[in-house]
Ligand binder design. Structure first.
Ligand code: GLP
Length: 639
């Protein structure tokens, strides 16, 4: 679904309080932003002046920085007349820490361009608390002395923060020391290899400081930002969502991809914004949405419901509510199937999957262990029970997500078992335990420790899938090099990654592929998984016969489910199947939160999944379908 179905955005301004540019993909958007920055730098250079840039960290601006570096290297764009001010820095944190924003900016941009080091400014996380106040004042002074910021780049956190202005930050706030929100620290846990390692504070430019920039571009990619983008663009200004204060600024744009724009009214209810072309998807969206909104099953909707909810136009196009209701009821109903691999011998003209071949080769791709189970554990179990040949391939080990404590206890246990059996301690075991215990926040894991962490996740994966009837021999750990060599937010795909995945597809020649990641932040592991798959699969489509017969199904990542109107296959789970799936997800013990209260807050990934699967069943029930315990959803993908 995209905003192109709106023919005429007559009422866009009624909903959107700040200008939004929605691009088809983040890569297109990033190129546009880089062009704008380059134009500013060159215009200033022409006048013999400096361009003053406000810069951001996080994964979001990375594609912009990569494009700027390319322009520098290939097109000769010079940064010699550029002064930069970064938004923020963790506190307390040494500049040399692998996760400091100082280091991040050096690695992602500054080291690759011809900017003068003296023109780079970032708050320091190294000063004492007493000095922090002065530092903040001086930072503001330096911005003023440079003539103010010409162009400020921003990302947005899931709490609605800009810089590190967490909820509660006023629109007049200045550069200062702040406390990080629990959700922000959780989001940073992967970078710091454990929530406990994430600093509790940060120094950030204030909202007021940001609003003084002459131009502001806020960037956001991926579905996980869609809710907060909607709130910032369409909601009222409030210190509970500091990004909403950007509405005050007359020269601000939100530059987003389709996934991040997906919750804006222009996409969720485009008929309220202008004249629309009623595509089948849009009709499903409208009718399912109406049913849930007025609290009536689809077959009970009457013309009055349509007319009173801005859908009179749809009725005119479709004839009558009666016809429309039946049409949509049938589409929704046909998506529900207990036979995700197709029902052998049955008429499959209205079913999501083909009846033949009776036993299919099914390939599940997961960017790392547990994603498969959270997204599709019940379906994997069914496919196996229904006689299909299931292979699960993990693109990466997920080892980066294992906290040090987990690795230490695994090594401790191994050495205790060694002692018990009288076996000589495995070579290097004590050394690794020592290494981990001595490891400061500054240190990266050695290759050996990385291997230990990967082994932990592989063992958990094997244990988990057993509960779904899958044997170890059906698992493939691809260990793609982009991950084994990389770090969060800094991954880059290589030819070797492409080769390994292609080899797997060619070996399995699947009738069905299940994967995820199309709605993910493109720089995340799941996002890379999806791009890589498309690249490889498109090649097969032109070169190999088997691929034309393959159905590709998308499952959603952890904590998310497809909106009902997009679903092409909905697989109901019985109470026992749900319990079994959740027990399987629970086996990924290294992924349990380090914070015991996460359990009480229902924040563990297996808890969120259980809630989502049950809730999906409730939604189908509310629409007037049969009442199930839980449901997993899939969308057909056409690469
Ligand atoms: C951190 C940064 C923000 C950034 C946000 C989102 O909190 N301080 O400036 O916008 O993360 O990060 P990402 O771009 O990785 O989603």
């Amino acid at each position: 679904m995209n905003s192109e179905s709106v023919k005429d955005n007559l009422s866009l301004g009624t909903f959107e309080r700040v200008h939004v540019d929605a691009h088809n993909s983040s890569s297109v958007a990033a190129v546009k932003v880089a062009e704008k920055i380059a134009a500013l730098i060159q215009a200033r250079a022409g006048e013999g002046r400096y361009a003053v840039l406000g810069l951001a960290t996080g994964s979001t601006p990375v594609p912009v920085y990569r494009e700027l570096i390319r322009k520098h290297k290939e097109e000769g764009l010079s940064f010699s007349n550029v002064i930069t001010f970064n938004l923020d820095e963790y506190y307390p944190l040494e500049r040399s820490h692998r996760e400091s924003y100082w280091k991040f900016m050096q690695e992602q941009l500054f080291a690759h361009i011809d900017i003068q080091q003296a023109n780079i400014h970032l708050p320091s996380g190294e000063v004492s608390r007493d000095e922090a106040f002065n530092q903040c004042r001086e930072y503001e002074q330096a911005i003023n002395e440079a003539g103010g910021i010409d162009l400020q780049l921003l990302g947005i956190g899931r709490t609605g923060h800009i810089g590190f202005n967490e909820p509660g930050s006023g629109s007049e706030s200045r550069t200062r020391l702040v406390t990080l929100d629990a959700m922000t620290r959780r989001d940073a846990a992967r970078d710091f290899l454990g929530e406990g390692n994430v600093p509790r504070y940060a120094i950030t430019m204030g909202v007021g400081t940001i609003l003084e920039a002459r131009e502001i571009l806020l960037l956001a990619w991926g579905r996980s930002k869609a809710g907060v983008v909607k709130a910032a663009v369409e909601g009222t200004q409030s210190d509970q969502l500091p990004a909403s204060f950007l509405q005050k600024h007359s020269n601000t744009r939100f530059v987003v991809d389709q996934a991040a724009a997906s919750e804006l009214t222009r996409n969720t209810e485009p008929w309220r914004v202008g004249f629309v072309e009623w595509t089948p998807e849009l009709v499903r969206r409208a009718v399912a949405g109406l049913s849930l909104k007025v609290g009536k099953p689809v077959l009970k909707l009457v013309e009055k419901d349509y007319n009173e909810n801005g859908l009179a136009d749809l009725l005119t196009v479709k004839g009558s509510a009666y016809q429309l209701n039946i049409e949509i009821f049938n589409v929704l109903q046909h998506a529900i199937t207990g036979w995700p691999g197709g029902k052998p011998g049955a008429d499959d003209s209205q079913r999501p999957e083909r009846a033949e071949p009776k036993s299919k080769r099914v390939l599940f791709l997961a960017s790392e262990p547990q994603e498969d189970i959270l997204g599709a554990g019940g379906t994997i179990h069914r496919l196996k029970d229904q006689g299909h040949e299931v292979t699960i391939a993990y693109l990466t080990s997920g080892g980066l997500a294992v906290p040090d404590e987990e690795a230490i206890s695994a090594l401790d246990l191994t050495s205790a078992l060694n002692r018990l059996s009288g076996a000589p301690a495995a070579k290097g075991l004590q050394v690794r335990i020592g290494e981990l215990k001595a490891k400061g926040l500054l240190d990266e894991d050695s290759l050996e420790i990385r291997e230990v962490k990967s082994a932990i996740r592989e063992a958990e994966a094997r244990q988990a899938v057993q509960l779904l009837g899958i044997e170890s021999s059906q698992l493939k750990f691809l260990n793609l090099p982009f991950y084994s060599k990389g770090r969060y937010r800094r991954f880059s795909v290589e030819q070797e990654d492409v080769r390994i995945l292609a080899e797997l597809l060619d070996e399995v020649k699947p009738h069905q592929i299940f994967l995820t990641g199309d709605q993910a932040d493109p720089s995340s592991v799941a996002g890379i998984h999806f791009q890589l798959f498309n690249r490889v699969f498109k090649k097969f489509l032109t070169e190999a016969d088997w691929s034309a017969q393959t159905y590709v199904w998308m499952y959603r990542g952890s904590g998310e489910e497809w909106p009902i109107h997009e679903v092409n296959m909905a697989v109901p789970l019985s109470p026992d199947e749900l319990r079994n799936k959740i027990t399987a997800a629970f086996q990924h013990r290294s992924q349990h939160s380090q914070n015991p209260y996460a359990l009480l807050e229902q924040n563990e990934s297996w808890q969120r999944t259980e809630y989502l699967n049950r809730n999906t069943a409730k939604i189908y029930d509310a629409l007037g379908m049969a009442e199930y315990e839980a449901i997993e959803c899939f969308v057909r993908h056409h690469p």
